[in-house]
Design a protein around this ligand. Sequence first.
Ligand code: HEM
Length: 416
Amino acid sequence: MSKLPGSAGFTVLGDKSLEFYRDPVSFYRQRMDKHRGGRVFQSRVLNRATVFVCSVRGARELLCEKSNIFQKDPTDLMTNMYGDTIVTTNGEEASLLRLSFSSLFTGSSLESMKAYITSDHPKCAYSVFKSLGTQLVLGLFLNIHLDEHPELFHEISQLCTQHWHGLISAPINVKVSMWSSGFSVALEAREKLMAIIKDKLQNDKNGFVGTLGTLPLPDSSSASQHLLLFISALIPKALASLLTSFTLALSGNEQVIAKHTLQDPDYLHLVLLEVQRLWPPFIGGRRIASEDCTIAGFHVPKDYGAIYISHAVHRDPEVFQQPDSFLPERWRERNAGQEHFLCSFGNGPRSCIGAKLTDVFLKEACMYLLKHYNWCMDPPTQDLQYKWLPVSRPANRPTLSFSRLDKSESDSSSTS
Ligand code: HEM
């Protein structure tokens, strides 16, 4: 058993949260360079000694094989913002919640989702994709549709955004009081959202919200708190992140890939695996070690934090050759059957419960775009440097030109 490379520093003064949240990719790359390519090291974030996991082997141990040791943190900021939800519970309660929710994310929910793609008129930019994602979550989870109740729809979207801003501003201000004005605006937004959600749960017996009301959940507030989580701005942002990365990956010369995908729909699956490998929407996830143990042969003391960084895990050269190249074929060749090495949707017993729903939605949306549009970057050379928090996307919004393939609709647009 070896000692973890790096230093966990001293309490408060040695905290590296700001550096990590400002640029997580430079944070891990600098440390990996310092430790001669070692993909597991320690530092201090959220004022806790923390092991950073950047290898496929380490992530598998953390999320799958040793998931009973590496637990969710019940004091996580998500609990402040969303209350007690599945995201921050552990043990039997978490397993029961997952079991209850599993029925919600299959069958008819997935079928009804397809309507959100074809009824809209997608123009491809991060913000347009985000609004498509918002229509999906509010329509699917709350039965609130933009065309039927535009005012309520906009009110809820705005409240979700305010709530979300409170969540993301807090870790950056770890050294400042949580009761900043942004945080109290977020808490106010949460109260208003909860009132709307409770009203829906009481009075709407249809669809997802209707079924959620009938599930055997631990207490009366559980359904409303989970709905708050499901409609959060987080999910539309993650969907928009993947759709933006997809359209950018297939602009320029890669239009050849687009044609290939249309002729062979299974190829879209490989393209989307490669999109999520290179541009995972979330940088990773966090756990706490409940006892002394090891990760990839390194000793991890009890109470250490543990963060897996998907961006790094997905570029582990032991598994992914030419890790920075966009090569969809790798999933048919050397990496065939290795989808479970990805962690864009987490992994193991606490992986994302919305992964299937996301997969169906994305494939439907991407196929629709491919069938109806040609697109390219306009201008052809742009700065596509990504930022990774809160969700991954190019820091400078890229401009794309879209032209409708179906000439009768003769719709051509340029957007950013
Ligand atoms: C592009 C879309 C999405 C991405 C990239 C994504 C990503 C993730 C990731 C990485 C995790 C694991 C976090 C960890 O290891 O700590 C996770 C968990 C989770 N996701 Fe998603 N997610 C997406 C969509 C959704 C949707 C549509 C839902 C459902 C409304 C959802 C609900 C959840 C829940 C409830 C958990 C916690 C599961 C648990 O702790 O047992 N996600 N997601």
